[in-house]
Design a protein around this ligand. Structure first.
Ligand code: ZN
Length: 251
């Protein structure tokens, strides 16, 4: 067997063999396998939530992403919620989701003369179909998340440096329980945590502070409801629900 080159690990200072990532490739950092595995920064960027955030941040600038660690934690929790709501299943190693949901902006990401912030207050979980139609159209309401001055542009070249400089990623990894994406083929399963569009609509109004505990929406109005969520103040969506929703009668 070919002898592997040893080097001094920059973390534990021991003479070791370089770590490999989940794809079996040697990493660029001078870390041994045990130190790499416990390195939270690499766990963050190797997780699906960290990957999602990094890609989204590249469409933004330093002024329109969360300004502190707590803000990023809230955002990652919203991402995880959206992922659960979709309902994943796996058949013959192929992943699919039951519903097509995505994280949508209230003040659009690319507005005329502004960027809509990538922070939880400006986001909701909505239908992908509605989001694609309504995307970047100027909503009637200004939700107060329009960032006028451009900060430093985040690019694929500087994203990791900016993100690891701005947030305590070890805290994010621990609090959001992030793990590296697995490359192993999972066995077949269906997860039943998904929620239907009509229930998602109510959950999103609840996030906006409305007392909608006892309401249900007629499922055929879900798409229309989401269009209103994109466009109008939450109070309109609430009156829409009152108009088209029926009270849940507990029995
Ligand atoms: Zn080490």
């Amino acid at each position: 067997m070919k002898q592997q080159k040893r080097f001094t690990c920059s973390s534990c200072r021991k003479r070791r063999v370089k770590a490999k990532n989940a794809n079996g490739r040697k990493i660029t950092k001078k870390l041994c396998q045990p130190c790499y595995d416990s390195d939270k920064v690499s766990v963050f960027f190797g997780s699906s939530a960290g990957d999602w955030f990094t890609k989204r941040a590249i469409e933004h600038c330093t002024n329109s992403i969360p300004q502190d660690t707590q803000g990023l934690i809230e955002l990652i929790m919203l991402y995880k919620q959206a992922s659960r709501d979709k309902g994943w299943s796996c058949t013959n190693g192929k992943w699919s989701s039951r519903y097509d949901y995505e994280i949508c902006h209230k003040d659009p990401r690319k507005g005329i003369d502004f960027t809509g912030a990538l922070v939880v207050g400006n986001l909701f979980i909505g239908l992908k179909s509605t989001n694609r139609v309504m995307s970047n159209h100027e909503p009637i309401t200004n939700y107060g998340y329009r960032i006028k001055e451009r900060g430093e542009s985040i690019t694929s070249g500087n994203a990791r440096t900016i993100i690891s400089g701005l947030y305590e990623l070890d805290k994010v990894v621990n609090e959001c329980k992030l793990t590296r994406k697995s490359t192993k083929t999972p066995s077949d399963f269906i997860d039943r945590l998904s929620i239907s569009p009509d229930c998602l609509f109510i959950a999103q109004l609840k996030r906006s502070g409305f007392d909608v505990e006892n309401y249900t929406l007629d499922p055929e109005f879900a798409e229309e409801g989401f269009q209103i969520l994109h466009d109008m103040p939450r109070s309109f969506a609430y009156s829409y629900l009152v108009q088209h929703g029926i009270r849940n009668i507990p029995f």
